[in-house]
Design a binder for this molecule. Structure first.
Ligand code: GLV
Ligand code: MG
Length: 318
């Protein structure tokens, strides 16, 4: 799966912002038809998005559209307009405020019909369900497995905080008065566990204090440490931070590749066919190799190159 370290939110109603987004070094751009677009502008934003998706200036970014949620009157026409108009240019639909598996299946069915009618490869357009209310989190397992199109589970902290009646207005920071831990740990861990159980990506939502890059770094580093694959960015200042924080550190990437090579050598017949071996001062085994594999894959997907190499010990050297 392509990385989604940085996911740039762009209002579909702003041609200027869409044009700017085309050249930015993010892994994904999502063009919004939902909360960043006023009700009066929703219909014209669909046409904007279709036109923008056809423009030649896009880079390697995944191109995604966030439609309105199924409780509104806009969802079906959002999907039909965008896929009929530019389905070939579209990687996935971000479906907000998901409450149950039926909503994902409904989108899957609609996409399948559209792909058939438009002569597109059936099943190629992915779905990113956005978890942003209590019901969605309770049904997350069924949501994650409702369609083979589901690629990533996305946290929506602002709506989620509203859904829980959390006593704060600052997205990405702890609610004042809760001083015993991380108020979001349960929800983040639930999203992460579900994503990992089903082979999906886990994406953290926005940090709204866009001028506070240190605050963004702190928030991003927390979810990256847990194991999340990426985070939304709302401003160019947040992009480099997200790409860096959700890539492995160089030393971890080097170490991971080293562990994989050392493990492959020592478990081979030439290396003595051993299961647990020393690498420097650390004992490595099959589980170490699995952890290393995760970091190595993330680093490779991020285009990192290694700065060290494994040299097999000469006979008699160990
Ligand atoms: C994003 O959609 C959020 O609700 O935080
Ligand atoms: Mg939201």
């Amino acid at each position: 799966m392509k990385p989604r370290r940085s996911v740039l939110a762009v209002p579909g109603s702003s041609q200027k912002m869409i044009h700017k987004a085309m050249g930015l070094p993010v892994d994904e751009v999502f063009l919004d038809l939902e909360d960043a677009v006023a009700p009066e502008a929703k219909v014209s934003a669909r046409a904007n998005i279709v036109a923008a998706l056809h423009e030649p200036g896009w880079g390697e970014q995944l191109r995604v559209v966030r439609v309105n949620d199924w409780t509104t009157e806009w969802t079906y026409a959002d999907v039909i307009t965008v896929v009929e108009g530019a389905g070939r240019e579209l990687d996935a639909i971000l479906l907000p405020k998901v409450t149950d598996a039926g909503q994902v299946r409904a989108l899957d069915l609609l996409l399948t019909q559209l792909e058939k009618v438009c002569g597109l490869e059936v099943g190629r357009i992915g779905i990113e369900p956005q978890l942003e209310n209590a019901m969605g989190l309770r049904n997350i397992d069924e949501i994650a497995t409702a369609s083979p199109r589901v690629q990533a589970l996305v946290f929506g902290p602002a709506d989620f905080m509203a859904s829980l009646n959390m006593r704060t207005l600052v997205v990405g920071e702890q609610p004042p008065g809760y001083d015993t831990g991380d108020a979001y740990h349960h929800v983040l861990m639930t999203i992460l566990l579900t994503a990992r159980a089903h082979g999906l990506q886990a994406i953290d939502g926005p940090y709204l204090q866009v001028r506070d890059v240190d605050g963004f770094r702190r928030a991003a580093a927390r979810t990256a440490a847990l194991g999340f694959d990426g985070k939304w960015v709302l401003h160019p200042d947040q992009i480099d931070a997200a790409n860096e924080i959700f890539s492995p550190r160089q030393e971890d990437y080097d170490r991971a590749e080293l562990i994989l090579e050392a493990y492959a050598f020592h478990t081979s017949t030439a290396g003595g066919a051993r299961g647990a071996v020393m690498l420097g001062n650390e004992m490595i085994d099959e589980a170490s190799a699995k952890m290393a594999q995760v970091i190595a894959e993330k680093g490779r997907a991020a285009g990192m190159s290694r700065t060290t190499r494994f040299t097999p010990p000469q006979p008699g050297q160990e």
